[in-house]
Structures are given as C-alpha cells and as structure tokens.
Design a protein around this ligand. Structure first.
Ligand SMILES: C[S@@+](CC[C@H](N)C(=O)[O-])C[C@H]1O[C@@H](n2cnc3c(N)ncnc32)[C@H](O)[C@@H]1O
Length: 449
C-alpha cells in the first residue's frame, strides 16, 4: 500500500502512475463533510439570495481560510465565482477579494451578495418599491397600470415560450418599477430578487436544470413571491452588514475587485494573491448559459445565446482541433472516450486544455507560499470514469505547483448538488438520474513554492 503522506512530502513532481495510486489509497477526511451544518448555516447572511447549481457551502471556504491565511491584508481570489461563496466569505473577514465569472448573472449575484447595504436605507427603498407595486396584490387581468410593463421586445418569443400572459405582464411591471430606481446598488439588489423568482413564475419544470417545459405546472404569481424574497434578502443583508467591518464597508471598492470575464484572465497583478478557493465547471454537465436563460432573457444579458455558450468552460459546444491536453491522464481518458464518442472525446479534451490555462493563471497571480484550492469531483460519462481530480493534480504540477494536500470529502446527501444522468453526464432531477452525482469530491491544493 502506498503511503499517502510519503508521496505528498516528496519534493519532485508525482508521476501520473503515482497520482493514480495516491487517489486509490486516499481515505475520506471526515472533518470535511460538515454534516452538522444546518440549512440556516449554509444560507446565512447573503448566501441564500439566489439559487445556483453546484455552489459550495460557505463552511468549506471558511475552513480553508482558517487553515491557510491569517492577518489583515489577505487577498483571496476565485476565478469561477458562481454565486460568490468565496467572495462573500473574503469580504465578511475584511480581506481583499477578486475574481471572475463568465456568466453575467453569476457576476450580478456575486456583486450584490458581497455588497452590504445600510439596512435602514435599504428598508426605505424596499418599502417604496413595494408601495408602487402593491396594487398587484389584488389585481386581475387585464391589468391597467400606471407602470408600463418592461418586456424586452427582442426576447418576446422566448419569454412567451416560458411565461403565461398574466405573469409576463406582472413581471414586466415589476421590472419597469425596478428600472425606475436610481441607486444602482439598490437596483441590482432588486434585480437579483427578480432573477431568483423567475423559475417559479414560469412553466420551467421545477426540479430540472435543463430547459424543459411543464404544462401541468401552475406558475407562482410574481408579486407575492417577489415581496417574500425581498424580505428574506433584507434579513440576510442586515446580518451580513453587521459582520463586515465598518472600514471595509465604507471603502468596499478598494477591497472588491470582481469582473464578468474569463477565468484565464484575472483582474490582478502577478504574485499578489494569498489564497485561491474555487470550484470549476465540469465537462458537459451544466450548460450555465442555458440554465440561466430566464434571467438572461428578462435582464437582456445576451443577444446571441449560442455565441455566449462558447465562452463557458466545460460546454458541449467547444472543441480544439490539433491541440492535445497536456496531462497524460487526460490524454488517456480522451483516447478511451474516442472509442465511444468522438464528440464527447473532443469536449473532454477541450475542457482539460482550458483548465490547464486556468491553472497557469492561478500560478501567475499567487504569491510565493500561496495556495490554490480546487474543489472537484469525478464522474462517469458513457461508462468511462472521468478522473477530473487526478487530471487536476497532474495539470497543477505542469503549471508549476507542488501538490500540498488532497482532501477527500463526503458530501452529505442533504447538500448534494444533484444527480447525474449516466448516459449524458448532465445533471438531472433526482428521480430521473440513475446514480448520485458527487457523493465524494476532492479539494486539490497546490502550493506555489
Ligand atoms: C461550479 S460553478 C462555481 C460555483 C461557486 N463555487 C459557488 O459557490 O457558487 C462554476 C462556475 O464557472 C463558471 N464558468 C464557466 N466557464 C467560465 C469561464 N470561461 N470563465 C469564468 N467562469 C466560468 C460558470 O458560469 C459557473 O458559475
């Protein structure tokens, strides 16, 4: 039996064979399951503002922060922010926070979740908005309103596809009232609430992350749920406001440096970051551009969904001709997949090429002694085990990192992201999928020496 500690203390790079053996011998790290965390813990502060697939729990980020950084001017980065778990954690501690997400709605959610608003001011703004909209509580069709519904004309066809006429009008009125708000931070706060309720107000099959219509669904009336969600967000903001140091709140723009952009181009200087905590996309799993399309349509975030999709890492819409992933474990997986599906082999190859570039960028921005923590699970696709974590270890080494630690954690079923469909590898609703998605995942930690 290979001694895991022994391998990890070897200064030279691990060969692909010893990486594979290392993972086989690795036991579960029980302290990293966070089984004692309740939903009220995982959705504390602003963490419950917006649903987001495969978001990680704040407790995991907090634990990594406790173990790896201390001091006042710590800088934490996340190249795949998603709904901003890492960024919110960094701001809550008064650290510098930077990062990117290519998904426009992810950027908006992260910005709003990490911007504490003065509670009395926010309360006044919410009451004002709700008073303008309160007629929707009792209104029935046809709606005659002083507020002209704002329904993005160029997306009308798609909006009609997902929404009943009544909900479309009501949502349009709410959106127009939001746009009438002058304060951008407040407007963005309202837009996140608006974005969060869209799925419930549409005929999108509720438990599904795939764009599927459910003609039996009775969509929720927008105003009632919007009001409820705003109240929930208001409580979350107050708790967050109280935790963020006053000095940080007053000079937030000095601390928060986030962009809607690509993970391979971080908005920070060389050797400036202490810790990276992130969870990358998976190959051919979520199509983030598709699954957030209701928000993309209403908030008019993209004119061309198919171009937008191409920019996402892990999308099924990408391939690189004549380029091969650098990792030999990745190459082996791609050649196994070639025997089953050329298309999927190309997608996997493209995914690992893209991820290598992300690791190079992590290496560029970290200080010497800094660490990157990549949270990732392995998954079968068409009967072939896609050893993402093993590839990440090899690729991180190829980018210059020394592998410092590998944590193998169980994800308690109550916080399991979702289940996967064995054939397509896509996330599916729990009852449709034939196996759990990631009962196990890894935190692969690279050190820049
Ligand atoms: C697993 S999620 C991250 C979830 C996040 N840890 C959280 O707690 O919400 C992966 C994210 O990668 C983003 N992404 C995909 N391709 C990207 C790219 N090229 N550059 C930056 N972000 C990208 C997706 O939009 C998605 O938000």
């Amino acid at each position: 039996m290979i001694n895991v500690i022994e391998i990890l203390t070897q200064p030279e790079n691990l060969s692909s064979q010893s990486i594979l053996e290392l993972f086989k011998a690795k036991g579960i790290d029980k302290d990293w399951s966070f089984t004692e965390s309740k939903p009220s813990d995982t959705s504390k502060w602003t963490h419950g503002y917006h649903r987001y697939p495969a978001k990680f729990i704040p407790q995991l980020v907090e634990q990594l922060v406790v173990e790896y950084v201390s001091g006042r001017d710590v800088h934490i980065n996340d190249p795949f922010m998603g709904c901003g778990t890492t960024i919110v954690t960094a701001i809550s501690k008064g650290f510098f926070a930077s990062g990117t997400d290519i998904n426009k709605i992810a950027f908006l959610i992260t910005k709003v979740k990490s911007t504490p608003l003065e509670p009395n001011y926010l309360n006044k703004k919410i009451q004002l908005l709700l008073s303008k909209l309160s007629f929707l509580d009792t209104a029935s069709l046809p709606l005659f309103s002083a507020i002209e519904p704002l329904i993005p004309a160029k997306h009308l066809e798609k909006i009609n596809y997902w929404f009943t006429a009544a909900n479309k009008t009501e949502l349009g009125i709410i959106l127009q009232a939001i746009h009438n708000e002058d304060d951008k931070d407040i407007r963005d706060f309202f837009l996140v609430a608006f974005s969060h309720i869209l799925k419930n107000c549409s005929i999108w099959l509720q438990g599904s992350t795939k764009p599927t219509r459910d003609f039996k669904k009775i969509p929720v009336k927008p105003y009632a749920i919007f009001k409820r969600h705003l109240n929930k967000m208001q409580r979350g903001n107050e708790a967050f406001f109280n935790i963020v140091p006053a000095k940080i709140r007053q000079h937030l723009s000095n601390r928060l440096n986030i962009q809607n952009g690509d993970a391979r181009q971080q908005p920070v200087e060389n050797s400036s970051v202490d810790l990276i905590v992130t969870s990358s996309p998976y190959v051919t799993s979520y199509e983030y551009a598709d699954l957030h399309q209701l928000s993309t349509l209403w908030l008019d975030l993209s004119d061309n969904l198919s171009e937008y999709r191409q920019e996402f890492i892990g999308t099924t819409h990408k391939k690189y001709h004549e380029r091969q992933a650098q990792s030999t474990i990745a190459q082996h997986i791609v050649s196994q997949m070639l025997r089953v599906s050329r298309k999927m082999a190309n997608e996997i190859n493209a995914y690992f090429i893209d991820m290598q570039e992300v690791f190079n960028e992590s290496y560029r921005i970290l200080k010497r002694g800094g660490r990157c923590c990549y949270v990732i699970g392995n998954t079968p696709l068409k009967g072939i085990e896609i050893l993402n974590a093993e590839v990440f270890v090899e690729s991180l080494q190829q980018s210059g990192f020394v592998i410092d630690r590998i944590i193998k954690r169980e994800i308690p079923s109550k916080i399991l992201p979702q289940a996967r469909d064995d054939k397509t590898g896509r996330f599916a609703s729990a009852n449709k999928a034939n196996r759990d998605a990631y009962p196990i995942e890894y935190i692969v930690i690279g050190l820049k020496e």
